[in-house]
Design a protein around this ligand. Structure first.
Ligand code: PAF
Length: 311
């Protein structure tokens, strides 16, 4: 099987390293930066923390060089999904399946529009990863991975993808209602990501302080109102308890949004808390806490230079 992992961020690097180390498949890592791709090609992938892996990996910034794959796994930030669909056209032919394991909502629709719903596999993973440098990642937490198709079908290529991920160490289940799974993950990200980005706290600390715990609960409650109105059934019964348990389980994690803030990078706020605001507006549900969180994260993103000057 020929596999391309698109996006050399924390999750993409972790997954590519696992696929390369634990399977005999032809695995490629796709990086839009030729310079960084060259470095990863020369130095390979190093994983530390909960796993210890050191492997070489075919890495390229040129999809033409890779040619069509059986499976393309999208691990780029949500704001790049639209562009990536055009960039990866040489990786895709009629037999290619496209799997997304991105945070936030909206990605599946973009991929469905470009490639057709019968070829797009949606999913979430609860593995935690921190990027330490090009090709260098800390495996910060284990969790399950759930995949499914937005049209509810269970097709052969999806089963193959689930088996492949499980074989490489990403224990994967299949769901017939992947929309609920994606919303269930979104609610967790709504509670954790912006608050960690603003406070610069690790996940576990959010529930140690009364102030952050209260804001976390309020943000989650707003998201749950939307979930209920949309008649989405979350995969857990008590959303606040679930988000707090994820904080505990990933206590030492630097959330993906905090990693972006620490690296002065654009965050996925528009696809997480920002998505709650948009959905709230469409449904007539007010989301003041998510608005404040979104505005604060956007202010942080806009003022990286000023913050740098003060250091
Ligand atoms: O985005 C993240 O960092 C992760 O999805 C999560 C679950 C919040 C753990 O850090």
């Amino acid at each position: 099987m020929k596999i391309a992992v698109v996006g050399p961020g924390a999750l993409g690097t972790l997954l590519a390293g696992f696929l390369r180390a634990k399977t005999k498949e032809d695995v490629w890592l796709v990086d839009k930066s030729p310079e960084r791709a060259r470095r990863i090609r020369e130095e390979g992938i190093r994983i530390e923390g909960m796993s210890s892996i050191s492997v070489s990996i075919n890495t390229s910034a040129n999809p033409k060089e890779i040619a069509p794959c059986d499976l393309v796994i999208i691990c780029v930030k949500s704001y790049s999904t639209e562009d990536v669909c055009k960039d990866i056209k040489d990786l895709v032919n009629d037999n290619t399946s496209i799997l997304t394991l991105q945070n936030g909502i909206g990605n599946v629709q973009v991929l469905n529009d470009h490639f057709g719903a019968d070829r797009v596999i949606a999913g979430v993973t609860n593995h935690g990863a921190t990027l330490l440098g090009p090709g260098h990642v800390r495996h910060a937490g284990r969790g399950d991975t759930i995949i499914g198709m937005s049209n509810g079908k269970i097709l052969g290529p999806m089963r193959d993808a689930a088996n492949l991920l499980t074989k490489c160490g990403f224990e994967t289940k299949i769901s017939k209602d992947i929309d609920s799974v994606i919303w269930s993950k979104l609610v967790i990200n709504v509670g954790i990501n912006a608050l960690t980005g603003i406070t610069r706290l690790k996940n576990g600390m959010l529930i140690q302080y009364n102030g952050t715990r209260e804001i976390l609960r309020s943000a989650v409650q707003e998201a749950v109102k939307i979930v209920k109105r949309k008649r989405i059934k979350l995969v857990y019964d008590d959303p606040i308890q679930k988000v707090e348990s994820v904080c505990k389980a990933t206590a030492a994690n630097i959330s993906s949004m905090l990693q972006d803030v620490l690296n002065s990078k654009r965050t996925e706020i528009d696809y997480i808390n920002g998505a709650i605001i948009r959905q709230g507006k469409a449904l007539g549900i007010s989301t003041p806490v998510n608005e404040v969180l979104t505005n604060l994260v956007k202010t942080i993103e806009s003022s990286y230079e000023e913050a740098e000057e003060m250091n």
